[in-house]
Design a protein around this ligand. Structure first.
Ligand code: HC0
Length: 568
């Protein structure tokens, strides 16, 4: 520790801290755009200027290390004036469409401008005029709104190891762009959306599909059903007046009914179906010399990554479709038959914590029902905006239940939303199916938690199953490289593209942090503990689906409707 003085307060701080970290540690908020606690600091935006006695000029506190006896002043007239000038220079070049911007009221630049007390922009500036990059179904890039903080570059390279973005050009013409100024659809983008989640402004946002969903809801000829992903229920509240980690399942269902959806169903129902299929697929591979390790395939950013970067390993991916897509196909076949509705009249909407799900739903092979299985995918953020637009007082809603039968699910399905959850759900079912015995303890704690790569050995009957669980594509790369080199003996691997799994998805409320993800994760396991049924194979609605319609897992109908293939 070293002793320093910040604004007259004497404090002991870790000797490797920066001035900004030390100040935040005692509650002194220094504004910044480029700094993000999960990524290495770069000192590029220059908003976090402070005075360090003895230093030459003002310094960028996010990259300035503390030292013994240092005296820091964060609130002098010079500091305030310099920060204002930096922010005004940014605003002078920035579009002035705040009122109609997707990030209005959630924009870090807007907040900093307000906090710095900016009432005029003294510089004339020059506006940029870059075209929108909107030729993909998931993300829209508006370089005119980019403040060159570089956070998207660090998220894409550091967190995901994908390296889509880089700085290009110099001076006023500097941009953040994929190589050769390509659109995201031409780059090696997996559409995980971590760039959108970390962007301080609206330079990268999810493609907004709410207009199409409003139109469907107001079309009396359409029967509009919605499914909600496991991780949405523990994060949606953050945009609607609740704290992170608050479980708002019942309010979310009530709000969706108020919005006018004809049926409100749960992706967790089809997650249970995924476990029936994927668990059976694993048992089949394990007992009949199939390709191992088998790797989960429900995270579409992850699937895009393997297709783009490791096509030789596609045979390791489970062929079972993701819960979103299993739900989509079942709603336009099984449910349509059961409810006597023409599938042509069904509009199937899903609410996901994920931007890559927008791409997954549009894949050519995701139309086994004879129609596009999922018509529209909205992120958690888009749903929050629709709820606000409809004037629904979310926090005052009385909780309501999902509709049956596609709203009936288990605790095993809900934990899909957190890293390790798909593995744990699969182990609960695979163990009982393989041994024919009821598990004494259904909780597999070795695969839980926010460690980036977890490994465990699980005894099932006579067999020892080696499993691994990883999240983020940078961690996925470590595992895939080992598989390529023949250096692993895993049987089963779960990989999710986003930090912490879907709870940290690119479409979740902004911002996320390790603390927020920890709270969302705790809420997911709380949902599991509170569930009446906690194993997928015990879901009565899933049993009925197989008994009356599908036959058996991996049967002919399942093969046709619930399994897929990948494109090298
Ligand atoms: Fe997920 Fe899913 S758990 S990918 O993380 O499998 O997005 O929440 O909906 O499909 O169920 C996301 C979350 C899902 C799917 C489920 C899986």
């Amino acid at each position: 520790l070293v002793n320093i003085t910040i604004d007259g307060q004497q404090v002991k701080v870790p000797k490797d801290a920066t001035v900004l970290e030390a100040a935040r540690g005692i509650g002194v908020e220094i504004p910044t755009l480029c700094y993000h606690p999960e990524h290495r600091p770069e000192g590029s935006c220059r908003i976090c200027l402070v005075e360090v006695v003895g230093a030459r000029g003002l310094v960028a506190s996010c990259v300035f290390p503390v030292s013994e006896g240092m005296v820091v002043k964060t609130n002098t007239p010079d500091v305030r004036e310099a920060r204002k000038a930096v922010v005004e220079l940014l605003l002078a070049n920035h579009p002035q469409d705040c009122l109609s911007c997707q990030r209005n009221l959630h924009c870090e630049l807007q907040k900093i401008a307000a906090d710095c007390g900016i009432r005029e922009i003294r510089f004339e500036g020059e506006k940029k005029d870059y075209p929108l990059d909107a030729d993909n179904p998931a993300l829209v890039r508006d370089q005119n709104k980019c403040v060159l903080c570089g956070r998207c570059i660090r998220a894409c390279s550091g967190l995901q190891g994908v390296n889509v973005y880089t700085f290009a050009n110099r001076g006023f013409n500097t941009t953040v762009t994929p190589a050769f100024n390509a659109g995201l659809h031409e780059a090696t983008c997996t559409f995980c959306g971590q760039c959108a989640n970390i962007c301080p402004t609206a330079a990268i946002v999810e493609k907004d599909d709410t207009k199409e969903v409003w139109e469907a809801l107001h079309n009396p000829a359409k029967y509009v059903v919605v499914q909600t992903a496991p991780a949405v229920r523990v994060a949606l509240g953050e945009n609607l007046g609740f704290r992170s980690g608050d479980i708002v399942t019942g309010q979310m269902v009530a709000a969706l009914k108020r919005l006018g959806f004809d049926k409100v169903f749960d992706t967790a129902f089809s997650a249970d179906v995924t476990i029936m299929e994927e668990g059976s697929e694993f048992i089949e591979r394990l007992t009949h010399d199939g390709t191992l390790p088998m790797i989960t395939s429900c995270s579409p950013g992850w699937v895009n990554f393997v297709e783009l970067m490791y096509p030789d390993l596609l045979k390791h991916l489970s062929t079972t479709k993701s819960p979103q897509q299993i739900f989509g196909v079942l709603v336009k076949t099984y449910y349509a038959e059961k409810a006597k509705i023409d599938p042509q009249d069904i509009v199937s909407v899903s609410i996901m914590p994920c931007t890559a799900k927008k791409v997954e739903s549009g894949r050519q092979e995701m139309s086994a029902s004879g129609y596009q299985d999922v018509d529209y995918v909205l992120t958690t953020r888009e749903l929050a905006r629709m709820i606000k637009e409809a004037g629904i007082s979310f926090s005052n809603l009385k909780t309501e239940e999902f509709d049956a039968p596609l709203g009936i699910s288990t605790g095993a399905a809900v934990i899909f939303g957190a890293t390790g959850g798909v593995m744990e759900a699969a182990l609960r079912t695979v163990s009982e199916v393989l041994t024919g015995k009821t598990l004494e303890c259904i909780e597999f704690h070795a695969v839980r938690g926010l460690e980036g790569i977890k490994e465990a050995e699980v005894t099932i009957g006579e067999k020892t199953i080696k499993v691994a669980v990883a999240y983020t594509l940078a961690n996925a790369r470590i595992i895939l490289d080992k598989i390529r080199k023949g250096e692993t003996d895993y049987h089963f691997i779960e990989i999710m593209a986003c930090p912490g799994g879907c709870i940290g998805g690119g479409g979740q409320p902004i911002s996320t942090s390790p603390e927020i993800r920890t709270q969302r994760m705790a809420a997911i396991y709380e949902c599991d503990e509170a569930a009446a049924i906690r194993k997928s194979h015990e879901n009565p609605a899933v049993k009925e689906l197989y008994d009356t319609w599908l036959g058996k897992p991996l049967g002919e109908k399942s093969h046709h409707l619930l399994h897929t293939h990948y494109q090298a």
